[in-house]
Design a protein around this ligand. Structure first.
Ligand code: TRP
Length: 370
């Protein structure tokens, strides 16, 4: 049967059937863990939807044992609401005591997209790091690095790059093709470097044997499957199997994909509050009816309404308030313009505050680039 969606590390398109994806690849549900974690709407409202081997991390959290959270960022374009979902998870794990490893995927970007290392570095700092800091990321217990220059400490750098090279022996062309299909040498190299990103925290030069959780979007699962397979074949050390979680993709303003290459699809965290409000009024896909009269009579559909979805995913943590908005929209009591206005007010407040913090964050950048 032909799929009407596609989710790979290099292409996401169509309307994603997450349950099918999880069934096909053996990804588990996150819901049973969500209840036991400290309260966070990304977990309790099912944005972080899938997991592999998360029990090990849940146990580490519960027993206050050491664990690492490792993830990576692709330094391309503007930092938007989709990236905020990742940032909030990173900061959540840091607040729970995890050591944070953050890779800037500049080698991957160079090999797969855009060979301008200096430009990539600038985007990584101006767009990603500054926004992470403004959202609450702390320099303590955070190892922020570029794939192209892992560490000034030679032993650490050697360990990371050796691991990436040695991984090559432990996969085969057949396996690589089964996971990725057609793949260029540059992309394959980037995939093996990403395997090292995910496994190297366990090397003795870094944290030693410790559970590692990798929070990512569903498109990254092929890399995780490769890393999990390789880690159990490699004999230089006994790697603890990786844990991972998968968040759903945030919907774009137009109801499709949120993409850094289309500014009418996203709200960037550096958009002025006025510009953001305008984007919502103009572009946010509405679950409302064609006329006020019809809307009052038949009610709207909050489940496909982008403004409602942003409130649910990011901007209205209060369960009761969210429920009232949901029901009022569904019954027709709340009109589309009014719903948009609720979001605009929340967003304006957030952006003002965030952009002030972002300027102050500049002072801290040096602490992350040691
Ligand atoms: N490939 C990831 C992306 O496209 C970035 C990345 C690099 C990454 N290394 C990683 C993600 C390690 C998770 C873990 O966004």
């Amino acid at each position: 049967m032909q799929e009407n969606f596609k989710v790979t590390p290099w292409e996401v398109s169509g309307s994603v059937d997450y349950d099918k994806l999880m069934k096909d690849f053996g990804i588990g549900q996150m819901s049973s863990f969500a209840e036991k974690l400290p309260k966070n709407i990304l977990f309790s409202r099912g944005v972080v939807y899938g997991q592999r081997d998360f029990a090990r991390i849940a146990e580490a959290i519960e027993k206050k044992k050491n664990f690492v959270m490792m993830t990576g960022l692709m330094p391309s374009g503007k930092f938007h609401l989709g990236h905020k979902i990742v940032a909030e998870q990173i900061i959540f794990y840091q607040s729970l005591g995890a050591k944070i490893y953050l890779a800037v995927a500049d080698v991957e970007a160079y090999n797969a997209r855009n060979p301008d290392l200096a430009g990539l570095r600038k985007v990584a700092i101006e767009e990603y790091l500054l926004n992470y800091i403004a959202l609450g990321l702390k320099p303590k217990n955070c190892d922020f690095y570029f794939q192209s220059s892992r560490s000034r400490d030679g032993e650490k750098a050697n360990a990371y790059y050796s691991l990436a090279s040695l991984c090559a022996r432990h996969t085969t062309f057949n396996e690589v093709q089964a996971i990725y299909g057609e793949i260029s040498p540059g992309k394959l190299q980037a995939a093996l470097l990403q395997v090292s990103d995910m496994l190297h925290p366990q090397l003795k030069e870094f944290e030693g044997s410790v559970p590692v959780v990798v929070p990512v979007g569903f498109d990254q699962d092929p890399h995780i499957r490769l890393a999990r397979d390789i880690s159990q074949r490699i004999k230089i050390q006994n790697f603890i199997q990786l844990s991972s979680t998968y968040h759903k993709f945030i919907v774009g303003l137009n109801g499709g994909k949120m993409s850094s290459s289309d500014s009418t699809s996203y709200i960037a965290l550096t958009d002025s509050p006025e510009a953001a409000a305008e984007k919502i009024r103009k572009h946010a896909f509405s679950g409302g009816r064609v006329s006020v009269e019809e809307h009052r009579r038949l009610g709207g559909n909050p489940d496909v309404d982008v403004s409602f979805l942003y409130l649910k995913t990011l901007f209205e943590p209060d369960e009761k308030k969210l429920k009232i908005i949901y029901e009022d929209y569904k019954s027709g009591k709340l009109l589309t313009g009014e719903l948009k206005q609720i979001l605009i007010e929340k967003l304006t407040k957030f952006l003002r505050e965030h952009q002030r913090k972002r300027e102050q964050a500049r002072k801290l950048v040096g602490k992350f680039l040691k």
